[in-house]
Design a protein around this ligand. Structure first.
Ligand code: MG
Length: 158
């Protein structure tokens, strides 16, 4: 049996913080604000994985009001989400995500990000897709106020 889930996340951009996307540090003039490491890509994928199994969401499992998640490694939270859905009898089949931001360019870092996410998800690199997309200068993303990530995950009974 297959189950599909959707995830979305947004984080405000700030100066003076490293940009972490998909567990990888990306060279950038700005980072992402957040209680955790601000990894919006991991957060969106985590919600997609949990959602596919009707297993709640990232805020329920790893609340940002809990001090233990301050500066949390979001890749580890993703690993834990995969373990949660595994308990319910599902494994990840594939994941696709799009990062909406004007800068930095995502494409040069996609292969590194895919490999890291694949490790956390317990799948081959071919099962992980990540794309960067600008918002053509429009709106919040266009003004560089934040980064916005959409993700889908397909789970399969194991
Ligand atoms: Mg987030």
């Amino acid at each position: 049996m297959f189950r599909v889930g959707v995830g979305y996340d947004s984080h405000r951009t700030i100066d003076g913080r490293p940009l972490i996307l998909g567990g990888e540090r990306i060279p950038s003039s700005v980072g992402l604000k957040g209680h955790s490491d601000g990894d919006a890509l991991c957060h969106a994928i985590t919600d997609a994985v949990l959602g596919a199994a009707s297993a709640g969401d990232i805020g329920r499992h790893f609340p940002d009001t809990d001090p233990q998640y301050a500066g949390a490694d979001s890749l580890e939270l993703l690993r834990r989400a995969v373990a949660i859905v595994r308990e319910k009898g599902y494994g990840v089949e594939n994941v696709d995500a799009v990062i909406v931001t004007e800068v930095p360019k995502i494409a040069p870092h996609v292969e590194r990000i895919r490999a890291t996410l694949a490790g956390a998800l317990g799948v081959g690199v071919d099962a992980v897709s990540v794309k960067g997309k600008t918002n053509e200068g429009m709106g919040e993303a266009g003004r560089g106020e934040g980064m916005f990530v959409h993700a889908v995950a397909l789970l399969k009974s194991v």
